[in-house]
Design a protein around this ligand. Structure first.
Ligand code: B1M
Length: 235
């Protein structure tokens, strides 16, 4: 039996456990991540704190070594799967706030891009804040976005991109909306690690969400503003 097998996660202090979870995420150990998530929840940690301190921070560390050529795609995929398993435990807890229905969002990762962890996190946090979220998945061509808008008539369209090569595609989608005369019917929000505020403005989005928490706050503000504008017009 290896040293790893012997380790009793429940015997670790909070700080040691979180550090161990960063290592386990790095090593793609799904079962250990799920166990760690459950232990922290049992100790009274909020789902949001488990998500940010244990999982998101762990994935940040993975990202650094991926960038530096220390980790490769297969290893990072295992980390991503372990992260998703942990997020699976947190998802219902984050969605369970009983918040009043705020509005509807369609969200998807753009064409050519298969990264979905950040998008999934945004979906989870939006659901937790009372939004109905329709997630159209990864690698979406413009037609998928337009079809989802037509079908679901959301308040917000969210787009995610993690690659510098795929982020310009957001403009393709927004330009298609302009061409069809439907751009102003929706709030368009964009996000993903390589984006920034200026990029969001340059492609014609209404807002850039730096992270999931900021996206939720911005979405609430933008929805409130939209409702006020409608009320002013009709009242
Ligand atoms: Co990829 N990858 N990857 N990868 N990957 C990055 C993005 C990279 C920065 C790694 C690096 O070099 N340091 C780099 C991009 C470099 C660049 O473009 N300049 C990169 C590369 C190069 C690649 C490949 C090309 C590698 C290859 O094949 N040689 C390839 C491309 C595949 C493709 O998409 N066509 C690839 C593949 C993969 C995996 C499949 C192995 C895996 C993805 C698994 C999955 O998602 N299911 C993967 C991963 C995991 C990463 C890193 C390590 C982690 C991304 C992540 O999940 N972060 C990433 C390094 C990094 O970002 N530091 C990297 C955690 C997540 C919570 O954060 O996604 O930023 P993030 O989401 C945040 C915010 O950005 C924001 O809120 C989220 C939550 O707070 N947000 C939104 C995101 N989307 C939003 C949408 C919104 C609002 C906010 O809408 C309104």
């Amino acid at each position: 039996m290896s040293e790893e097998d012997d380790l009793d996660l429940a015997s670790l202090s909070d700080e040691e456990l979180v550090e161990q979870m960063h290592d386990d995420l790095y090593d793609g150990l799904k079962d250990e991540i799920c166990e760690g998530v459950n232990i922290l929840l049992e100790r009274g940690w909020t789902p949001y704190k488990v998500l940010t301190d244990a999982l998101v921070e762990g994935m940040r560390i993975v990202g650094v070594d991926f960038r530096d050529g220390i980790l490769f795609v297969p290893e990072v995929l295992m980390s991503a799967n372990a992260m998703k398993a942990g997020m699976g435990i947190l998802r219902p807890l984050l969605a369970e706030t009983g918040a009043p229905k705020m509005g509807k969002m369609v969200i998807g990762t753009v064409k050519g891009d298969i990264h979905d962890i950040g998008k999934n996190l945004v979906s989870m946090m939006m659901e937790g804040a009372g939004f109905e979220v329709i997630d159209i998945g990864i690698n979406n061509p413009v037609e998928n976005y337009l079809a989802a808008l037509e079908e679901h008539k959301p308040d917000i369209l969210g787009m995610s991109a993690l690659l510098t090569t795929t982020m310009p595609y957001m403009k393709v989608v927004i330009d298609a909306m302009v061409e069809k005369g439907i751009r102003d019917d929706y709030i368009v929000m964009v996000g993903g690690a390589p984006l920034n505020e200026e990029f969001g403005q340059a492609v014609g989005a209404d807002a850039y969400g730096r992270d999931a928490a900021v996206t939720v706050e911005m979405a609430k503000d933008l929805i409130a503003r939209k409702h006020n504008q409608l009320a002013a017009r009709t009242g």
